[in-house]
Design a protein around this ligand. Structure first.
Ligand code: NAP
Length: 340
């Protein structure tokens, strides 16, 4: 089934970038349609305390913060579809109409904002999935405090692994950093900082074969494999932090939008414009450097403004017969009623 309306903008994704783009485009009377997915809210929904999002001096739980983002976007007229985007067909000419399929329907729009985010890469070993939240974590900044005075392990050899290990070492009794090679991808300075910590021990070249639970159902041990000899070794741990990189969720647009070698969407200069006219990208889908909620929200704002300016400046390709533009009079938001 296809909707007859052509939207001004469709936003795919619902982390800080997606909802901020929704808030700004809604306030610009663009009546954004947000394809937010089933598990809306992005990676922050999987975290505990967020203490570095400005405006919350006492911190806030991730699963409390994201409904606030959502509510604020809805207040100004953002419409939400709580379903996955299944497929996209992006126009290649300026002013063209893009299509996004979700909830069994084809949705059309003049602009699309991609904000599908990134996922933590998984080891894909037995015990990892089952022990998520019961000893296995992907974010020391979020969860380190739960492992006070306990033995822990960090897996990975990049800057993220060093950062996780250093942060964790302030809480845990000890941190064993397990990496599959003797060489590290991490920058020299981060590696040195980690090596300076008395309670971080490096174990290379080792891989992790399995994570196991004790009687209480929480993580108690890991089986490691020595990559030189093939011998196995048991490590008693209360926490395992996996820091082996991130995977941008760009599968939906692969082949249509330019991606870099790691699958991140490429944007032009300081803008959020992709190589497709009228298609913008924001948040962790684009950013492998900063990856913070606040930077994602900032780029969501930029994408909304870029989309607004594009709509203002780009002549429309004539709309197909039988289609009509969404009625701006239906917009929920009137500037006079806005207290901001
Ligand atoms: P990364 O640089 O890609 O490093 C990932 C690490 O995980 C590598 O050591 C890799 O091993 C290992 N790995 C990948 N898959 C694995 C698997 N299946 N099993 C075991 N190990 C696996 O990722 P990152 O550390 O997240 O960093 C990403 C980017 O963010 C980098 O540009 C980094 O500089 C930046 N960053 C910067 C900071 C900072 O400056 N404060 C902090 C965090 C991140 P191999 O080396 O063997 O491939």
């Amino acid at each position: 089934m296809a909707s007859k309306d052509i939207e001004s903008t469709i936003i795919v994704g619902s982390g800080p970038a997606g909802y901020t783009a929704a808030l700004y485009t809604a306030r610009a009377n663009l009546r954004p349609l947000v394809i937010e997915g089933f598990a809306w809210g992005g990676l922050l929904q999987q975290t505990t305390h967020v203490e570095n999002y400005p405006g919350f001096p006492d911190g806030i739980m991730g699963p409390e913060l994201m409904p606030l983002f959502r509510e604020q976007a809805q207040r100004f007229g953002a419409r939400l579809i709580t379903d996955q985007a299944e497929r996209v067909e992006l126009a290649s000419e300026a002013g063209g109409v893009h299509s996004v399929w979700a909830a069994g329907e084809q949705h059309r729009a003049r602009t699309v904002i991609l904000a599908m985010g990134a996922e933590h890469k998984k080891l894909g070993i037995p015990g990892e999935e089952e022990l998520g939240g019961r000893g296995v974590s992907y974010c020391a900044t979020c969860d380190a405090a739960f492992f006070r005075d306990r033995p822990t392990m960090v897996v990975g050899g990049g800057d993220s692994a060093m950062e996780e290990a250093i942060f964790l070492s302030k809480f845990a009794s000890g941190v064993v950093l397990v990496h599959r090679r003797d060489e590290f991808r991490a920058s020299k300075i981060m590696l040195e900082r980690a090596r300076e910590q008395q309670n971080i021990e490096f174990l290379t070249p080792f891989t992790v074969k399995e994570l196991r639970a004790g009687e209480g159902g929480a993580l108690t041990a890991a089986t490691l494999v020595d990559q030189r000899s093939g011998e196995e070794r048991e490590l008693q741990i209360g926490g395992a932090f996996v820091a082996i990189g991130h995977q941008p969720q760009s599968q939906l647009v692969a082949g249509q939008v330019e991606l870099d070698d790691n699958g991140y969407v490429v944007v032009r200069g300081h803008s959020t414009a992709t190589n497709r006219p009228g298609v913008f990208a924001a948040g962790d889908l684009v950013d492998h450097t900063y990856r913070q909620a606040i930077t994602a929200a900032g780029s969501g704002c930029q994408a909304a403004l870029d989309a607004e300016w594009y709509l203002r400046d780009t002549p429309e390709v004539p709309i197909p017969a039988g289609m009509h533009l969404g009625d701006p009079a239906e917009a929920q938001w009137a500037p006079a009623a806005d207290p901001a």
